[in-house]
Design a protein. Structure first.
Lengths: 115, 114
């Protein structure tokens, strides 16, 4: 069964360092999402791509976070510099078609700890 | 702004018991609602998707209902098993604005004991 792939699985970094997360969505899925989930809370959308275009990045802290999906397939989320409050699970999800409200398929996430 | 609430926050039941998890939302103008399961330290798995025009969806021992007018959904788990232990989250998709932006609840952490 096709899955959303994410790496690394865990990342420990020091404050002010740069970190990057990678996501490969299910083949053929046009829409890709990055979510952040703080322990004990539901996921919150950081950025949404439709193919290679950003559809919604209203909740992305653009002074330190950036995301790209250059060829409309895999995607990278970067944080520079990392802050203590960035410690969270970063989840990538994909769906076949944004406008039809299809199910979301999530990856296993990257657990980030900022020391 | 849509707000999604899940009660209870945590629940412990003995194996074999039937149980109901609750989800409420403040804006009834939704496109659909999804129930997800999340195991500790893992991503989310979609369990059931209910369109706004539907009243319920069933998959195996799971049954989800939707009452849009009252802003409520329930997830019914029949004959619970220890393998059902996980956090269950509901999420709603709005009909207007950024159509794909899901709003999640904070989840119900379920433990099924032997």
């Amino acid at each position: 069964e096709a899955e959303v792939a994410q790496s690394p699985r865990y990342k420990i970094t020091e404050k002010s360092q740069a970190v990057a997360f990678w996501c490969d969505p299910i083949s053929g899925h046009a829409t890709l999402y990055w979510y952040r989930q703080i322990l004990g809370q539901g996921p919150e959308l950081l950025v949404q791509f439709q193919d290679e275009s950003v559809v919604d990045d209203s909740q992305l802290p653009k002074d330190r976070f950036s995301a790209e999906r250059l060829k409309g397939v895999d995607s990278t989320l970067k944080i520079q510099p990392a802050e203590l409050g960035d410690s969270a699970m970063y989840l990538c999800a994909s769906s076949p078609d944004r406008d039809r409200g299809e199910k979301l398929f999530f990856g296993s996430g990257t657990q980030l700890s900022v020391l | 702004k849509q707000e999604v609430t899940q009660i209870p926050a945590a629940l412990s039941v003995p194996e074999g018991e039937n149980l109901v998890l609750n989800c409420s939302f403040t804006d009834s103008a939704i496109y659909n609602l999804q129930w997800f399961r999340q195991d500790p330290g893992k991503g989310l798995t979609s369990l059931l998707l209910i369109q706004s025009s539907q009243r319920e969806q069933t998959s195996g021992r799971l049954n989800a209902s939707l009452d849009k007018s009252s802003g409520r959904s329930t997830l019914y788990i029949a004959a619970s098993q220890p393998g059902d232990s996980a956090t269950y989250l509901c999420a709603v998709r709005p009909t207007t604005g950024t159509a794909s932006k899901l709003t999640f609840g904070t989840g119900t952490r379920l433990q099924v004991t032997l």
